[in-house]
Design a binder for this molecule. Structure first.
Ligand SMILES: CC(C)(COP(=O)(O)OP(=O)(O)OC[C@H]1O[C@@H](n2cnc3c(N)ncnc32)[C@H](O)[C@@H]1OP(=O)(O)O)[C@@H](O)C(=O)NCCC(=O)NCCS
Length: 443
């Protein structure tokens, strides 16, 4: 057993009685009601999922295992010559809730290096799909490895039970995660760099090795680590995290679950928004003949987009009601490393004008930017101008969070998910009943 797995086993043993006690002694305690608006409105705000990996406060933003983004960046061990922590250490934090020592991080790194090799047939799958969107190549590559699952044959052989099923799920996760930088960078080099593949270096960490295989020098390694950490988890109700959790709740293994969550991430209202932001900015740049717009000119572009019935990509959020701290962390990176970048200047002018316009427009509940408003500009700066690739990197980061959630779902024995549906007629009956109660109250 690795240090991480042993530590996780101990944490799980300590945690289980809490879930057991809640179920046994407090199962009738109400934590909320569901309104017609919520049933018809994408279940916003319905408290019906449990995760301890991260928590999203509408005004403060995300906390990973209780730590804010600045705390995570400050406290976790960093590779030599790096400003941003090891992704491996961040995984340790998400899984155990503890800040690892450098030794513990290196142990995770060594374990992952041994599991990095991608089977040959996966390259063939990706080669055959090279004309498709990179998210199709990514999702297909992941699901094609399903036959590597350790969990599934154990389940079929009757070797899996409620107490031990997290272990083979953990082993699957620890086989899948190390392969993602190789798979993603292969998609990039195959699709956009004429198949000129760059090999990895076993000494390098997850983020650093990805940067090497992308063929981009410093500080792209730090950017990669930052990008993966920021995109890892955002509670479990967003489309990708929820899809991963839902599919895994049927005891589908992590290859099925991660491939499914990637398919959800590929939607323009979710992970694809970072691609849409760059498209939008590029369009403005073209119209402006590359001149940075004045505030007045940018306001006009924003209003034109809204009046044509489109959303402003990278703005708004289902839960957040303030500027996303993930946006802020990337903005700080831009200010430090690329303050004069022309696209960054466009993004900054947009930030100056968009929130007030969205407030005046009066529809979006959150007029502030989210993570996607800033991420593409940095990629573009370092030469990753193929914006349909951005969501693949989002998917790599999101896999870290979703896999951590799935391992804990199994450890705590969460059952198959099955909310109840009702018909429109039933909603109308509830509405009528509410009217009658109001009337009776008046009389
Ligand atoms: C993120 C997002 C999907 C959240 O959706 P949501 O929870 O339904 O958001 P709201 O409750 O604020 O939506 C209320 C209305 O405001 C609109 N709205 C929300 N964000 C908007 C934006 N950025 N630009 C214009 N209108 C927006 C919605 O389309 C909706 O309009 P409707 O009533 O005509 O359907 C939404 O803000 C959006 O589409 N943003 C742009 C895409 C994006 O950045 N996605 C990445 C999210 S991390």
């Amino acid at each position: 057993m690795t240090i991480l797995k042993k530590k996780l086993a101990k944490k799980i043993e300590e945690w289980r009685p809490r879930t057991k006690k809640l179920l046994k002694e407090y199962s009738d305690v109400k934590i909320g009601d569901v309104t017609i608006a919520q049933a018809l409105g994408g279940m916003r705000g319905v408290k019906c999922l449990v995760t301890d990996i991260s928590y999203l406060d509408p005004f403060e933003g995300i906390r990973f295992r209780g730590y804010t983004i600045p705390e995570v960046l400050e406290k976790l061990p960093k590779p030599p010559d790096a400003e941003v922590p090891y992704v491996e250490g961040f995984l340790y934090l998400l899984l155990t809730g503890d800040i690892p020592t450098k030794k513990e991080v290196i142990d995770v790194h060594n374990e992952m290096v041994q599991r990095r090799n991608v089977p040959d047939y996966v390259y063939k799958v990706m080669d055959d799909l090279v004309e498709c969107h990179p998210m199709v190549m990514f999702s297909a590559a992941v699901v094609s490895m399903e036959k590597e699952s350790i969990f599934t044959p154990k389940y079929k052989n009757g070797e899996v039970n409620k107490l031990n099923m997290w272990e083979s799920t953990f082993d699957d996760a620890m086989n899948l995660l190390p392969k993602l930088p190789r798979i993603a960078s292969y998609i990039y080099r195959k699709k956009y760099k004429k198949g000129d593949i760059i090999y990895g270096d076993p000494k390098l960490d997850w983020g650093g090795n990805f940067a090497k295989m992308m063929g981009i020098g410093k500080p792209y390694d730090d950017l990669a680590r930052l990008y993966f950490i920021l995109h890892s988890d955002h509670e479990s109700g967003n489309v990708s995290a929820h899809t991963g959790h839902l599919v895994a709740s049927a005891l589908s293994d992590v290859y099925y679950s991660i491939s499914s969550m990637l398919n959800g991430l590929a939607g323009p209202l979710h992970g694809l928004a970072n691609e849409m932001v760059l498209r939008w900015i590029q369009d403005v740049m073209k119209k402006m003949d590359n001149k940075v717009p004045t505030h007045q000119e940018m306001k006009q572009f924003v209003w034109d987009t809204l009046r044509s019935g489109q959303v402003i990509p990278g703005y708004g959020h289902a839960v957040l009601r303030k500027t996303d701290p993930r946006y802020k962390a990337q903005r700080d990176f831009c200010i430090q490393h690329l303050p004069d970048d022309p696209i960054f200047q466009y993004v900054s002018v947009l930030y100056d004008v968009a929130p007030d316009i969205l407030k005046e427009h009066g529809k979006a509940k959150n007029p502030w930017p989210n993570v996607d408003a800033q991420s593409g500009v940095i990629q573009w700066h370092y030469g990753v101008t193929e914006y349909d690739f951005y969501t693949v990197m989002f998917g790599m980061g999101r896999s870290i969070g979703v896999l951590s959630n799935i391992i804990w779902d199994r450890a705590l024995g969460y059952p198959i998910e099955r909310p109840k549906s009702i018909t429109t007629q039933m909603l109308e009956d509830y509405a009528l009943q509410a009217d009658q109660e109001k009337l009776a109250h008046l009389v």
